[in-house]
Design a protein around this ligand. Structure first.
Ligand SMILES: Nc1ncnc2c1ncn2[C@@H]1O[C@H](COP(=O)(O)OP(=O)(O)OP(=O)(O)O)[C@@H](O)[C@H]1O
Ligand SMILES: O=P(O)(O)OC[C@H]1O[C@H](OP(=O)(O)OP(=O)(O)O)[C@H](O)[C@@H]1O
Ligand SMILES: [Mg+2]
Length: 284
């Protein structure tokens, strides 16, 4: 039995549950108040936990696999296998000072106080720079501390940057870049087929998100021109259309990012009846 720890609430809960669903491992009989849930595979169960606790649960074997933020993994210095960047929940830990402050670099904070919810990451960061500071640990509302004389600067999570601006703070350094990762217990991970399958399934979803499946009809005479628009592929699939000898059906997987230009070029090259279809999962 493999137990996967996933965030029980907060901003990481929904995207995690969605990704698992897309990977073919939906959370069944879920609900935010439950501790455990099943999925379609009888050998996998979900354990709902606080995002911040997940790294230690996985390290200690309370869960075999986990999904949580890299900042939380680093902060807890958990000894886990970091397997895969899931490309959501992106945020930076930033060093910030009051708008009116003349301090513009970490080095200038020598001997000063820095408030944070991430004392370990903060201490490591300043130690690496050889700058002595006092870390003030807070458990929330960190942005307020420089304005009430508790700290001279903060290290806090920033994604849109709105909170900093609202609280009259400015970023002076980026301390840590985080996103959500798939992690595993180091002992269980070794040669565990089920964990490998979970990784493959999730990876296949991420890979597919950047791609689109294109289907089109192409007059036989235009095939070579159309093929030139679809470069870098293993080659499109070309099929005969039963009702019309002069028309070929061409299918190809293309990058989603360039789809606007690709469709325009295909049209110019003579392709017709173009369909752009999302791909659920892609396994190499
Ligand atoms: N704008 C953001 N603010 C806070 N955390 C964020 C943000 N964007 C991404 N994250 C990531 O989310 C994780 C924190 O999730 P967590 O569930 O603990 O916080 P939350 O959604 O703010 O919930 P809570 O209400 O319990 O604070 C961290 O890994 C963090 O990097
Ligand atoms: O750059 P932004 O997009 O503004 O996001 C950053 C803010 O979001 C988080 O707070 P959250 O909303 O989780 O409140 P909390 O402090 O109660 O956890 C974080 O602690 C920052 O304050
Ligand atoms: Mg929060």
């Amino acid at each position: 039995m493999i137990r996967i720890a996933i965030p029980n609430k907060g901003r990481l809960h929904d995207p995690t549950v969605n990704l698992l669903k897309e990977a073919g491992l939906p959370v069944l009989e879920g609900g935010t108040r439950k501790l455990f849930a099943k999925t379609t595979d009888p050998e996998i169960t979900y354990l709902f936990a606080r995002a911040a606790d997940i790294p230690e649960y996985v390290q200690d074997g309370a869960a075999d696999v986990g999904i949580t933020g890299l900042d939380l993994i680093d902060e807890t210095e958990s000894d886990v296998e970091v397997m895969l960047d899931l490309k959501f929940g992106g945020a930076n830990l930033v060093l910030a000072v009051p708008e009116e402050s003349t301090i513009s670099s970490a080095a200038e904070l020598q001997g000063m106080r820095v408030a944070t919810e991430f004392p370990n990451i903060t201490a490591k960061y300043f130690k690496n720079l050889g700058v002595d500071i006092e870390v003030i640990k807070v458990s929330g509302a960190c942005e307020m501390t420089p304005h009430v004389g508790i700290a001279d600067a903060i290290v806090d999570i920033s994604s849109s940057g709105t909170t900093l601006v609202t609280n009259h703070l400015k970023m002076i350094e980026k301390v840590f870049t985080s996103s959500v990762y798939l992690i595993a217990n180091k002992k269980t991970k070794a040669d565990n087929e089920k964990i490998e399958q979970i990784q493959t399934a999730v990876e296949s979803v991420l890979r597919a998100k950047g791609k689109r499946y294109l289907m089109m009809n192409v007059p036989e005479s235009e095939l070579e021109t159309v093929k030139k628009v679809l470069p870098g592929m293993a080659g499109p699939t070309v099929m005969k259309v039963e009702s019309d000898d002069s028309i070929l059906a061409v299918h190809a997987v293309v990058d989603a990012s360039g789809i606007f230009a690709t469709v325009g070029e295909l049209k110019k090259a003579g392709a017709k009846d173009i369909l752009v279809v999302p791909i659920e999962r892609m396994m190499p």
